[in-house]
Design a protein around this ligand. Structure first.
Ligand code: GLC
Length: 562
């Protein structure tokens, strides 16, 4: 991997269903995206990652694919896809596809054939097992609640589904499966796409024999990441994929693997250029710091020191080998300004900018999720009926079926539920936030009357303008791309600070992550450093003193020669 163009890039994730609707059916579509590309040009991003647009029964909003080579009619046609891609390229951007190949939909012809009989040609493309003592073959829990196994009456066996029963896991041990996936990827490269974001791709190699995970008293099914994350053949499969699909031209493309539970040691292997597996991974450690380890819908509160240390650990671990992705948000996470920031209208903008600053200041490739550049917030969910996401619905049902606390489950879902990320993009203050002329598939956040793109684009103090500056700085400042990373004030529970330095320049990134003003000493060497970005009212052009007064959620970047 010689040409690492993606190291200076910023990626923007589009969740097509919720981005822009061009035909009034209440669901976003390809025509809507094409019509809104000017927004992304204005923001200055380099790459667009499209969440799945393939043909799908949509039980998991497209992460259940029934035809990898067709666009779901809800989103448009292949011709519209080609138009979108051409327009993206004409505007100087790139586009990567979501590759969901740990599993297919149960309506994919491969699975339809597989389940048709024990002798079918694709039986071994999935995991079929006999019952064990009249019950499930092992104790693995699905990530979407309940057992990871579903019974097939017709052929008298269970099949494995780490997610929904309508998302059966593909058996990557079978070389025919790998070949079929490679062919499909090559087909998309032939259409001109610039790479892939690979869904839960560290789950594709399960432990031999699919053994039980350590039982937990009182639980029939247990989360079993230890049995299927970073399994015995995953590195081999990814290296094979890269060699086969990109065939020496891998430098032209970008790949990022979504990897729940991945460790820093594993991430170094996945992203070591010499191993030619992936360019970067999405790790999850910082996405769980405020969640109860036994139940991600239980709020454990945020300790800023823990959050900082987690991200700093990843900075250090991938400093000499590999590369980090940087993200706060995606379609599976609540909105960061409501989570680690402060969505009270008085602090909302400053906290959104501060969080953007500390993330974009780090070493790695930043990802912006649609609406994050506006500081979009969580939705005010009030009832279990407000949730559409199957993960949320399954969770609520499981808790209440087991006689658990429904009100607490609702509180947890409102805080962490995925639908928070999926409410429609807030384009303007008009009906349905300008997202659709019809009835949106998920309600629009009522705060769109003041929080929307029209109010922000072109306004110099907006969250949008701040993100635009952060993205421009990534393109301009070598220290942001290549600079090493040194934490500062690491045990400070309120202030987030670090230095990025090359042989020529040093960049200080500092933010007050709270409402109370703070005074910090940054060291005499910073006196005279030039302010390159700030959201603080008191920001001056050059740092006059080593003692910095930070107002509520102030965030600043200073540059000096080294
Ligand atoms: C990934 C996706 C998520 C999906 C799951 C199953 O985590 O990001 O949205 O539900 O995989 O495909």
């Amino acid at each position: 991997m010689t040409d690492q163009w993606w190291k200076t890039a910023v990626v923007y994730q589009i969740y097509p269903r919720s981005f822009a609707d061009s035909d009034g059916d209440g669901i976003g579509d390809l025509g809507g995206i094409t019509a809104r590309l000017d927004h992304l040009r204005e923001l200055g991003v380099d790459v667009i990652w499209l969440s799945p647009i393939y043909r799908s029964p949509q039980v998991d909003n497209g992460y259940d694919i029934s035809d990898y080579r067709e666009v779901d009619p809800m989103f448009g046609t292949l011709a519209q896809f080609d138009d979108l891609l051409a327009e993206v390229h004409r505007l100087g951007m790139k586009l990567i596809m979501d590759l969901v190949v740990n599993h297919t939909s149960d309506e994919h012809p491969w699975f339809v054939e597989s389940r048709s009989s024990r002798e079918s040609a694709t039986r071994d493309w999935y995991f079929w097992r006999d019952a064990r003592d009249g019950a499930e073959p092992n104790n693995w829990a699905s990530l979407f609640s309940g057992s990871a196994w579903a019974w097939d009456e017709a052929t008298g066996q269970y099949y494995l589904h780490l997610f929904d029963p309508k998302q059966p896991d593909l058996n990557w041990e079978n070389p025919e499966v790998r070949e079929a996936v490679h062919d499909m990827m090559s087909w998309w490269l032939g259409r001109g796409v610039d790479g892939f974001r690979m869904d839960v791709v560290n789950f594709i190699s399960k432990r031999d024999g699919l053994p039980d995970t350590t039982p937990v008293p009182g639980k029939r099914f247990v989360g079993a990441l230890d049995q299927f994350a970073d399994g015995p053949h995953v590195h081999e499969y990814l290296a094979e994929m890269t060699a086969t699909v990109f065939g020496g031209r891998d430098g032209e493309y970008v790949t990022v693997g979504e990897m729940p539970g991945v460790t820093t040691d594993q991430a170094r292997l996945y992203t070591d250029p010499a191993r030619a597996e992936l360019n970067m991974v999405f790790q999850f450690e910082h996405m769980s710091v405020d969640q109860d380890p036994a139940d991600k819908y239980v709020d454990a509160g945020l300790n800023l020191v823990v959050l900082k240390r987690s991200l700093h650990r990843w900075q250090a671990a991938l400093a000499d080998v590999g590369w980090n992705s940087l993200y706060w948000n995606n379609h599976d996470q609540p909105r960061v300004v409501s989570r680690f920031g402060d969505d009270d209208p008085e602090y909302w903008a400053a906290s959104a900018k501060a969080l953007g600053t500390v993330l974009h200041g780090m070493r790695g490739t930043p990802f912006v999720y649609q609406g994050e550049e506006l500081g979009m917030t969580n939705y005010p969910f009030a009832s279990d009926r407000d949730f559409v996401d199957l993960e949320a619905r399954n969770y609520y049902r499981t808790v209440t079926d087991d006689g658990g606390d429904g009100a607490a489950a609702l509180t947890g879902l409102a805080r962490f539920g995925r639908d928070n990320a999926r409410t429609p993009m807030q384009w303007d203050a008009g009906p349905n936030a300008g997202f659709t002329a019809g009835t949106p598939w998920l309600p629009v956040n009522p705060n769109h009357d003041w929080l929307n793109a029209a109010a922000q684009v072109g306004s110099p103090d907006s969250v949008f303008a701040h993100y635009r500056s952060l993205i421009a700085l990534r393109h301009e400042l070598p220290a942001l791309v290549d600079g090493d990373f040194t934490p500062m004030l690491e045990d400070d529970p309120h202030v987030w600070a670090y230095v990025r330095a090359t042989a020529d320049d040093a960049l200080l990134v500092i933010a007050n992550c709270g409402r109370e003003p703070r005074t910090v000493d940054v060291g005499a060497e910073w006196v005279g450093a030039r302010l390159v970005l700030g959201n603080g009212a008191g920001a001056t052009d050059a740092l006059e003193s080593a003692t910095l007064e930070l107002g509520a959620w102030d965030a600043l970047m200073f540059l000096r020669a080294t």
